[in-house]
Design a protein around this ligand. Sequence first.
Ligand code: GLV
Length: 322
Amino acid sequence: MALVVVTNRIPAEGLEALRAEHEVRAWEHEECISRADCLRLVAGADAVVTLLTEKVDGEFLDAAGPQLQVVANVAVGYNNIDVAACQARGVIATNTPKVLTETTADTAFGLMLMVTRRFGEGERIIRSQTPWQWGMFYLLGMGLQGKTLGIVGMGQIGAAMARRAVAFGMDIVYSDEHEAPAELLAGMPSGAVRRMSFDELLRVSDVVSLHCPYLPSTHHLMGAEQFAAMKRTAYVVNSARGPIIDEAALVAALQAGEIAGAGLDVFEQEPTVHPGLLAMDNVVLLPHLGSATTETRAAMARLAADNVLAVLRGERPITPIT
Ligand code: GLV
């Protein structure tokens, strides 16, 4: 029996699978674990299950100890994990791709609808009991049909977003360092999805939706220059990671009317949100709900547990990061 540490609350589907084979030490409190408690909790672990709120760096790995074999992140994004530090210590790192693809694409699509059709703004008007009346020109938004969606990063989630947008009658363009494999775009009408440079995508898109991982190379990928290159009528949607957007530059671009609006599920300094964004009606803000359904979170926890169980049995993990 090995010791598996779970650093925050996860769905029972994951915990039960782990408990069936190993001793489990889990953080059971409502509030997120502090760094100090986390470093104490992981001591002596053979495997650790982490959330994206934990920074897994050299200090964390050393606190666990040299017996540590695997860190299983319950998220597809793994910018919280120092992969090189794991590799240097022979620790395997895993994530949870695919199980959250459709749910996260739903969130991105929902943000796009909310911001282009001004649904958040309308809801705030009703809730604040502001007087309103149906009118031919009241709260008009932008229709999506016939518009161009620019997908930055054509991975699983980008492709799921593209499928939804095709169904809504949008044209799809994407930028990615690789041509999307045919199976990723299966079922979409041929020619409906075109690859182009990032710069061209910014110029032609009516909505730019970010689906790339957060890496040093994508830090502030969207900054002042990029917002200036977009159409003044265009929107940006971010369901990937906050720091892919330079938030101060986004606020400035919105204030200057360089773009029409933004739909954001992620922020540069979560849980803090730039005050400039809070003040604007053409911005939709969600508290990082990308994969937040009961079904998807259960599937993520189960996949993370299965990764741990595989490594502890001496097998290859199902979804290794490297
Ligand atoms: C959520 O943000 C994830 O990366 O899974």
